[in-house]
Ligand binder design. Structure first.
Ligand code: HEC
Ligand code: HEC
Length: 258
């Protein structure tokens, strides 16, 4: 009871009104799909009505587009896009070269700058969102399964610390919403477990596809906490932590959310 009062005042501060309705608690580690409205689910279920596929198509086009001084495309080295099958389930992944984690986006840009001698793509650009969605879509239906041991362990620990750290004007941690209250309704939104399995996702609110780190920024801003940059170490470590929380949850990229 104490906690629901807390959340209600938090929601009030957010200008969301005190329209919190307690539903039956959902089991942990369920895809955000399970909390979505039937309309959003239907949009995601049909690739032809899922607007995110406009970006997947961009990615597919880029796959075989030659760019950069080396005169290569992704296809020159990786052949068929099916070679990307499974990639989404094991990223973020430790890189010996970088001595830190790489997300799929970091890896794509590494191939662009090092292998293709082409310019890096901006994180939230249509090309990067498109290629990330296209690559991750090859793993659709496969269970997430990142490595958090060995070299990845210290980065996992940092991500975990971030997740449980209260911050911002509302002094809340990710955990306070996504572990404590899945199933609770905040206006039109039903709180989910905050899973990464559908990203990049098409958000009706954004009217376009967006990255997981964009979503992190939004969640940080909603509690009046400092957002970090897309691709930053902070958000990359956080991505590893939540991807491990989502262990076994199937890749849905590209999902549709409110
Ligand atoms: C000149 C060859 C070359 C080109 C062109 C190239 N890559 Fe790569 N790519 C590699 C090599 C080599 C690796 C593995 C070594 C590494 O980590 O850099 C790799 C690794 C990857 C991985 C990670 C695979 C894994 O198992 O973890 C992804 C994802 C990827 N590339 C995507 C792309 C995309 C998308 C493009 C086009 C934008 C691209 N690559 C262009 C050579 C290339
Ligand atoms: C005040 C509550 C609140 C806090 C704190 C919060 N979020 Fe969220 N988050 C939401 C709401 C509301 C949504 C949209 C509905 C949903 O999927 O839960 C959301 C959505 C998400 C999603 C998208 C899930 C999907 O299926 O598309 C992710 C990922 C996420 N949050 C991660 C985080 C992380 C990481 C933090 C900590 C930096 C955090 N959130 C903090 C309220 C919160």
């Amino acid at each position: 009871m104490k906690y629901s009062k807390y959340i209600t005042s938090a929601a009030g501060l957010l200008g969301m009104g005190a329209l919190l309705v307690a539903c039956s608690p959902a089991p942990v580690q369920e895809s955000g799909y399970a909390f979505a409205t039937p309309e959003t689910q239907a949009m995601q279920d049909d690739d032809f009505s899922n607007p995110a596929f406009m970006w997947v198509d961009t990615g597919e086009e880029q796959w075989s587009t030659v760019d950069g001084e080396a005169g290569k495309s992704c296809e020159s080295c990786h052949d068929d896009p099916s070679s990307m099958k499974g990639i989404s389930t094991k990223y973020p992944k430790y890189s010996k070269d970088d001595k830190k984690l790489r997300t799929v986006q970091h890896q794509i840009n590494n191939c662009r700058t090092e292998q293709m001698k082409a310019k890096a793509w901006k994180w939230e650009s249509d090309n990067m969102l498109g290629m990330t969605a296209f690559v991750k879509n090859q793993s659709r239906g496969m269970p997430l399964n990142v490595a958090i041991d060995g070299d990845a362990a210290p980065f996992y620990e940092k991500g975990k610390e971030f997740y449980f750290q209260r911050r911002g004007g509302m002094d809340m941690a990710c955990k306070n919403c996504h572990i404590d209250y899945p199933g609770m309704k905040i206006r039109a939104n039903v709180l989910s477990n905050g899973m990464p399995n559908g990203f990049p996702t098409y958000r009706l609110k954004w009217q376009k596809i967006g990255s997981l780190h964009r979503r992190f920024r939004g969640c940080n801003k909603n509690i009046r906490a400092q957002p970090y940059k897309q691709g930053s170490d902070e958000y990359t470590n956080l991505e590893l932590f939540i991807t491990d929380r989502a262990k076994g949850v199937a890749v849905e990229t590209p999902s549709v959310r409110m």
